[in-house]
Design a protein around this ligand. Structure first.
Ligand SMILES: O=C(O)CCC(=O)C(=O)O
Ligand SMILES: [Fe+2]
Length: 302
């Protein structure tokens, strides 16, 4: 049984801009929108063989299992490079592998692919310079994190399925956030409640995203992604309407990320130990506080 408290993400076949803004964008609530990509040529055209034909010879950076690779640092270094076509072969044949491509702007290499999708009229804040693709082999996962720039993300799925687990920002206190990062220390692929007991209090959502569906991930939402079979996604980003979030996003990108990078460079082990201890101590404070409140309630009720 899954030890997490999860409910399904809302799914709509279609939604007007007004409804979307009112029900999901403003309240920062995730939703799966089935017709977001319905007019896109991409959903038919972007087969693995088409992508191989367009960009197969390009070398791509691949990322492996996060726990094996500097897990407390904000930036994860790639673990290897490969021709895109060779990597797509692994994805397509369902090879069981941790290898992923992350935040890949395929459109810089093949600008004509930009013609195969558009930015639906559902928000005014599109960041059209930053469409990214993500690829993963069957069995790979993306650690629990939220996006450092705090923009909204619309993630459209291609060629397979991925299981997505989300937690709102207000659940951060249960999620073992590593200081100076936007990552959790906890491995959700193998939940260890002895080590990370506060996880049992976190309330989240889950949905298995299939080809052609789009998930709206509001700014600041925590996400953990499991590639069930090999697949890929396109993420379209939009700026948060909150000035505070925009400012925080810029601060994270330009200050916190650099600070973490430099301290990590010079004090790697000390810094890593400090971050992990701090993440665990903060969650323990919350557990203790809940327990105190419970005891007080019991006393009060006699
Ligand atoms: O789907 C993925 O591989 C990662 C997606 C993600 O983290 C994002 O869109 O922010
Ligand atoms: Fe992300």
């Amino acid at each position: 049984m899954d030890p997490l408290q999860l409910t399904p993400i809302d799914v709509v076949d279609e939604i007007s801009k007004e409804d979307f803004v009112h029900r999901y964008l403003k309240p920062l609530k995730p939703v799966v929108i089935r017709n977001f990509a319905q007019n896109w040529e991409a959903t038919e055209k972007w087969t693995y063989s088409y992508l191989k034909e367009k960009a197969g010879k390009e070398k791509v950076k691949l990322y492996g299992k996060w726990l094996d690779n500097d897990p407390t640092a904000i930036e994860m270094p790639p673990s290897e490079e490969m021709a895109f076509a060779d990597y797509l072969d692994l994805v397509e044949k369902g090879a069981d592998s941790d290898l992923r491509i992350f935040l890949f702007n395929l459109f810089k290499l093949v600008p004509e692919l930009l013609d195969d999708f558009d930015y639906p009229n559902i928000t005014d804040g599109w960041l059209e310079d930053f469409p990214y693709t993500f690829f993963g082999c069957a069995g790979s996962d993306v650690r629990l994190h939220y996006d450092i720039d705090l923009s909204h993300v619309f993630l459209t799925q291609f060629g397979g399925t991925k299981r997505i687990t989300l937690f709102d920002q207000d659940q951060t206190k249960y999620l073992y956030k590593l200081p100076f990062t936007t990552h959790s220390a906890a491995d959700l692929s193998n939940i260890d409640l002895e080590k990370y007991p506060a996880l049992r209090f976190a309330k989240g959502y889950r949905h298995t995203l299939t080809h052609g569906e789009t998930l709206f991930m509001p700014s600041g939402i925590w996400h953990y992604i499991e590639y069930i079979d090999g697949s890929f996604s396109l993420s379209l980003r939009a700026l948060s309407e909150s000035n505070l979030y925009r400012l925080k996003g810029a601060y994270n990108v330009f200050v916190i990320r650099k600070l973490d990078y430099f301290i990590n460079k010079y004090y790697k082990n000390l810094w890593s130990d400090f971050k992990l201890k701090r993440a665990i101590a903060k969650a323990q404070e919350i557990i203790d506080e809940r327990e105190n409140n419970r005891q007080n309630r019991l006393k009060a009720s006699g």
